[in-house]
Write a protein that binds this ligand. Structure first.
Ligand code: TEU
Length: 542
């Protein structure tokens, strides 16, 4: 079935984590005016939309993912006027603003929760999930918070527990409450009326939860709620909606994003992201990535969502480490491996997302003591594992490898003090390598990672094969990731050697034209090639 073409299928999206993007008022915290100021830079990159991590009023227990007022702007970030101006200035440049929608939970400082805590008969009580203790006073069940410890917090005043699947300052909303749902839809319409381009929906696979049954993801009412939301809000508009769904499988992705389902445009699925952890354990329990697993996962998603549903494509976001530190080589082959990851992802079918700083090859920032960490997830994990008897150095290794602060270090714009991010003291220190890895220097070098991204975005705009072509994986050496795209008689071949070692590659295809490459090589034949470490290229086949 050929879907009707949508704008969000043909663009590349850029994620801004506002706290760390660009500070214009010297308080050490990025702000909305900082984003507006950098719109021309993003235009030069070529992106069609910005996914904006939360800018709403928040006590920042989880850096803005704990919202105390959905219709007000966080003071450190600016004002509603600044926000209106950002939307207008972006729209003028054909860049849409996609808002982060965090409605699995609110902040405990949200007006609704303050009311709810007043007592069992408060009209807002049922906006949240409450349960009585067990006879011995213990929590209703053993559900765990994603940020360590029990997911239940005892409320002295009422003698009940409330649910928080994240921090205890992030009480879960009760989606079974129809009035609450209607208030959320009204709030979404408030933002839609401002001319935004859509929503990225935080942990949306949790909203149908049945906590008393221990069920969190994929509850029975999840899809009915999304259909209801679609109808009440964005369904009447041409907006992009992308759900964050750690639990998604190709089967459920089709439920979310099938053209006739009236739910979402697409979901973020995390199957590839879960490949470098030990089976059945947590993300902190590290295991090396096997490239053959990565190939299998991408092939599965490309094939399964070929005609139904739509893929989103990403390596990084504000919760994940930098990809070249994680799976590439962030020292000897930093630039080459960064370009490889760019080429590999942007030649796939789906909507690609770039996380701020990825386009200049920013890398992880290791810490040597937990006092250097900001993120609540890492800090809680550290204390929990220390108490459980884990070795301190091992915990730090996990945090340095997977911790969320890695991606949250401020963007380096220049080689000057604090990377030109702020004139004040940055809320989180920059990676000290800003003297070498920064936007200004990257823009000056015509061979830089930035221009690979820029070219990939342009290739997508100019060549329907990139957007619509069929995908076929080649059978190659384990560490070589190679695939064809094919569309209306055209055929492209993508080859990427994901290794610090040379690898051989060979096909009988004839090269018609070189499309893009990450090394200065002459490609004339595809027979018996020896690929250099992290070499990647795309050619059109005759
Ligand atoms: O993330 C969902 C989530 O489950 C994360 O905690 C993620 O699992 C973790 O970082 C990786 O193990 C979303 C947001 O993207 C994240 O920033 C928020 O902290 C979280 O929801 C709560 O709103």
């Amino acid at each position: 079935m050929e879907q009707t073409k949508k704008w969000w299928q043909e663009v590349v999206i850029y994620q801004v984590y506002p706290r760390s993007f660009y500070d214009t008022d010297g308080d050490g915290i990025g702000d909305i005016n900082g984003i507006t100021e950098k719109l021309d830079y993003l235009k030069e990159l070529g992106i069609g939309a910005i996914w904006l991590s939360p800018v709403y009023q928040s006590p920042n227990d989880d850096n803005g993912y704990d919202i105390s007022d959905y219709e007000a702007i966080m003071e450190e970030f600016g004002t509603m006027e600044d926000m209106d101006r950002l939307i207008a200035e972006a729209n003028q440049r054909d860049i849409k603003i996609v808002m982060d929608l965090v409605v699995n939970h609110t902040s405990d400082e949200h007006r609704w929760f303050i009311e709810a805590k007043k007592g069992k008969d408060n009209p807002y009580r049922d906006y949240y999930v409450w349960a009585d203790p067990n006879e011995d006073g213990s929590a209703p069940n053993d559900l765990r918070s994603n940020f360590s410890g029990s997911a239940w917090q005892f409320d002295e005043a009422s003698g009940q527990y409330y649910l928080h699947l994240f921090s205890k300052k992030q009480p879960d909303l009760n989606w079974e409450n129809e009035k609450m749902r209607q208030e959320v839809y009204d709030m979404m319409n408030f933002w839609i009326d401002k001319g935004i381009g859509g929503f990225r929906m935080d942990v949306i696979d949790l909203i149908g939860k049945l906590p008393m049954e221990g069920l969190t993801v994929d509850g029975p009412n999840l899809h009915p709620y999304l259909q209801e939301m679609n109808q009440a809000t964005f369904g009447k508009h041409d907006l992009l909606t992308v759900g964050e769904t750690w639990s998604a499988t190709p089967e459920t992705a089709k439920l979310y994003s099938g053209a006739d389902r009236n739910e979402l445009s697409m979901v973020f699925q995390f199957e590839h992201i879960l490949l470098d952890q030990q089976d059945g354990k947590e993300k902190w329990d590290l295991a090396p990535l096997q490239i053959k697993d990565l190939k299998r996962v991408f092939e599965k998603w490309q094939v399964e969502l070929k005609d139904e549903g739509w893929n989103s494509l990403f390596w990084e976001n504000h919760d994940l480490p930098r990809v070249i530190s994680r799976w590439g080589n962030d020292s000897e082959y930093r630039e080459r491996s960064a370009k490889l990851f760019a080429i590999l992802l942007h030649m796939l079918k789906g909507t690609p997302y770039i996380y701020q700083g990825e386009e200049i090859g920013m890398i992880n920032t290791p810490i040597s003591d937990i006092s250097e960490a900001d993120d609540i997830e890492s800090v809680n994990l550290y204390h929990e594992r220390l108490a459980a008897g884990y070795d301190k150095e091992d915990i730090l290794t996990s945090i340095n490898t997977k911790g969320r602060d890695n991606a949250r270090r401020p963007v380096a714009w220049t080689s000057e003090n604090n990377g030109g991010f702020t004139t004040g003291t940055p809320w989180l220190a920059l990676n000290p390598n800003y003297t070498e890895i920064n936007v200004e220097d990257t823009l000056k070098d015509k061979n830089s990672i930035f221009y690979t991204y820029q070219k990939l975005i342009k290739l997508r705009k100019d060549n329907p094969i990139v957007v619509w072509g069929d995908f076929e994986l080649l059978d190659t050496a384990d560490d070589v990731f190679s695939y064809y795209r094919e569309y209306e008689g055209k055929k492209w071949l993508v080859v990427a050697n994901m290794s610090n070692e040379e690898n051989s590659f060979s096909t009988n295809d004839t090269i018609k034209e070189v499309i893009i490459q990450n090394m200065d090589q002459d490609y004339t034949s595809l027979q018996d090639l020896t690929l250099a470490p992290w070499e990647a290229f795309v050619v059109e086949i005759a």
